[in-house]
Design a protein around this ligand. Structure first.
Ligand code: HDE
Length: 713
């Protein structure tokens, strides 16, 4: 008998019971507690799973027999383990959590209970993803990140299938296959994997100016987030809300991370793609399992129905933001991710999202991208998972559900009763009246002439690309120019990179000139079109400093060798752990490292978590070098140790040192241009400020000093 238990790996103490996790328990079995042992899928105990049934004299191996149903079942099941990966967003990772509103303030705009009832805790599943690369591609590539949220509400599932960038490349869903073909690997050679640095993507950019705004975002530091936990999420499309008075509002959804918005340096991202392709997956699980559950505030931008035409852009155009100085973001609730998944395939891989899944009080607009998405997602799930994909444990609602949709491949549900249609003589499963919670579309007048078109304001493509570029700090602009220059350098067709410079010149002449200098191409002598010079708030990442800067969940490497200063290391580890950071001791070998003032093997010691060759500075947010003459001498003679520090310095990371550790930095590593203050007394404050600020060109200005007192342990 197998015992059915919850195998939740990470439950944050004190969190409310999660009804979705309870729901999943009925399908969860625990491999650690299974008795009596291995069986076939039809439940018969297996006595040998290593030898195929053979015709043999017992000495020589004879032919394998097809009659071996145990071997056939094992192989057949294996042959069919894969399902089609998502056509976009194939690479992803997920986690469970909860959503709760702060109060009922959103009832001005909506009667959706999930957005207005503060007594409710709504379970959620979130899947983060990259877009371009296949399932096995690297996490840290330059790309858009998916931010798909499934809220298991008491009125049914509500999916906000968003991204970490507030706009999209195209305005009309019919263009999506062309756009995706252009950004995905080229058809003749299936190159490149996980990046847009190729002729076809930039060719599409050149020919479709509506991509300009989004391309600015992806080429900015937003394209290389430090962590899924440190990026914004956006619903992107324009949805609608209706309140109890039956008034309609246009709405955009925002997820604002508690930790602020942070990015990698491009060099870090490039290296990590090889050194640790799972960096973002591991980062999310590590934070949750170490008691630092990531949190986001849900914000709503609201435009009343009557104001739809009051802006110089079309509010249904997904290539446009609603600038926050024109339409403020109202915070309404908080999302926390506090449980990792038990098994990747049935939970993360089989999770399936649909923009068309909304609940009463929430609806759609005529945004032509959204209208197409509402068709596409349901359709793609049928290909990926079959018509009964909503019965899968991860996708099924937590509220009761019943209708007369029936049959199809892999139907699991058994519905008792003699009728499977409506109306029926028993009047069972009747439609629910709107007053009792039945979904009702907001009545809207629709009139027009059938034609293939987009609204007049959709033809303006440059204002907001300019607005975004103008709003960046100098450092962010520098990074954006480098990113575009990198990508165009990977385009070998001169038509592509030369035309791209002309397109960039429509955004800003300085941008075009600097890219032209880097990649070779026509040097513009005047702007392609005038730049309006306007800026808007909250487009630069610097506008997203965390309210309470924290070192929590940041990874700090402590470099030691035999002869290190043990009391300082222990004090630092204690101080970091107390602050919620994750200290890792890195030594010349993984194993025991002996401190100064001890005979090797006797007295104190520390066990290094990793050795210098096993990890790289890119995997950490800051470094600390303790004293100890012997330790520092060994590190100074180790090229890899010096590389660790120089690389971290180049990536603008905080580097702390005490005692002889300072000599190591000054004399062995010789950090360029750094002045060292002389330590005084035996109390040292190490400022890990960089870990709380965006690493975008200047060391941190926000800090969380950690005071460690030598010999205090
Ligand atoms: Fe998607 N998109 N998309 N997309 N998208 C898919 O659905 C599509 C768009 C987004 O973690 C697919 O289940 C069309 C915008 C995310 O499982 C597919 C259009 C935004 C995910 C699909 C868009 C997104 C997807 C592929 C243009 C940001 C991953 C697999 C009209 C708001 C969800 C799947 C997950 C996945 C279609 C544009 C975000 C093919 C037709 C805009 C986060 O249905």
């Amino acid at each position: 008998m197998s015992s059915i238990t919850s195998t939740l790996k990470s439950v944050v103490p004190g969190m409310a019971t999660n009804t979705k996790l309870d729901d999943l328990k009925r399908d969860t079995v625990d491999v650690q507690h299974h008795e009596p042992g291995m069986t076939t899928d039809h439940g018969v105990p297996i006595s040998d799973t290593d030898n195929w049934l053979k015709a043999s004299d017992g000495v020589k191996t004879g032919p394998s027999l097809l009659e071996d149903q145990i071997a056939r079942e094992k192989i057949h099941r294996f042959d069919h383990e894969r399902i089609p990966e998502r056509v976009v967003h194939a690479r992803g990772t997920g986690a469970f959590g909860e959503f709760k509103v702060f109060d009922d303030s959103a009832s001005k705009w909506t009667h959706a209970k999930v957005l207005t009832d503060p007594s409710r805790t709504t379970p959620v599943f979130v899947r983060f993803s990259t877009v371009q690369g296949p399932r096995g591609s690297a996490d840290t590539v330059r790309d858009v990140r998916g931010f798909a949220v499934k809220l298991y509400t008491q009125e049914g599932n509500w999916d906000i299938v968003g991204n970490d960038i507030p706009v999209f490349f195209i305005q009309d869903a019919i263009k999506f296959p062309d756009f995706v073909h252009a950004v995905k690997p080229e058809p003749h050679n299936e190159v490149p994997t996980g990046q847009s640095a190729h002729n076809n993507f930039w060719d599409y950019f050149n020919l479709q100016p509506e991509t300009s705004h989004m391309v600015m975002w992806v080429m900015s530091d937003r394209g290389v987030p430090r962590s899924y936990r440190m990026m914004q999420g956006f619903g992107v499309n324009t949805y609608t809300l209706t309140n109890a008075q039956k008034e309609l509002f246009f709405v955009k959804f925002h997820w604002i991370p508690e930790l602020g918005v942070h990015s990698f340096m491009w060099d870090e991202a490039l290296k990590l793609a090889g050194q640790d392709p799972d960096f973002h997956r591991k980062d999310l699980n590590e934070a949750i399992e170490n008691g630092a559950p990531p949190k986001w505030t849900l914000g709503l931008q609201i435009i009343p129905e009557a104001d739809e035409d009051k802006f110089d852009f079309d509010i249904l155009d997904a290539t446009k933001i609603w600038p926050e100085d024109l339409v403020p973001v109202h915070p309404v609730g908080e999302l926390v991710l506090n449980r990792t998944v038990d098994e990747f395939f049935p939970q993360t891989e089989q999770s399936a999202f649909c923009t068309s899944h909304v609940v009463p009080g929430i609806g759609f607009s005529n945004d032509p991208l959204l209208q197409g998405r509402n068709f596409s997602y349901f359709d793609t799930q049928i290909t990926r998972l079959g018509p009964n994909w909503e019965e899968l444990p991860i996708n099924r609602p937590i509220c009761p559900y019943m209708n007369f949709n029936r049959d199809g491949a892999m139907r699991h549900r058994i519905t008792k009763g003699t009728v499977n249609y409506w109306p029926n003589r028993f009047e069972v499963v009747p439609p629910v009246q709107p007053d009792n919670g039945g979904y009702k579309e907001h009545p809207q007048k629709v009139h027009g002439i059938k034609q293939r078109m987009r609204g007049a304001k959709f033809s303006e493509h440059w204002n907001q690309a300019q607005l975004f570029y103008n709003s960046l700090s100098d450092v962010e602009k520098m990074h954006l120019i480098s990113a575009i220059s990198f990508e165009l350098d990977h385009c070998d067709d001169p038509t592509v990179y030369k035309t791209a410079i002309l397109r960039l010149n429509d955004i800003h002449v300085d941008l075009a000139k600097q890219v032209a200098t880097n990649v070779g191409g026509p040097m513009p002598d005047k702007p392609g079109r005038p730049n309006h010079g306007h800026k808007a708030p909250r487009l630069s990442q610097f506008d997203f400093m965390p309210k309470s800067p924290t070192i929590k969940s940041r990874r700090i490497a402590i470099l030691v060798a035999d002869g290190f200063d043990l009391p300082v290391v222990e004090a630092m580890k204690t101080a970091l752990s107390a602050a919620g950071a994750l200290p890792f001791v890195i030594g010349p070998r993984r194993g025991e490292i002996y401190p100064e003032d001890t005979t090797f093997g006797k007295g104190g010691r520390i066990v290094a978590d990793h050795h210098l060759e096993g990890q790289r500075s890119t995997m950490f947010d800051a470094l600390f070098i303790p004293g100890g003459a012997e330790s520092v001498k060994t590190l100074a003679g180790n090229g890899r140790a010096i590389h660790w520090v120089l690389e971290a310095f180049g990536h603008l990371k905080a580097i702390g040192a005490v005692g002889e550790g300072v000599d190591f930095l000054r004399d062995a590593v010789r950090l360029p241009g750094v002045q060292f203050a002389e330590p005084s007394g035996d109390s040292v404050t190490v400022d890990f400020g960089i870990v709380t600020a965006p690493k975008m060109g200047s060391p941190a200005s926000f800090s969380e000093g950690l005071k460690i007192v030598k010999n205090a342990t």
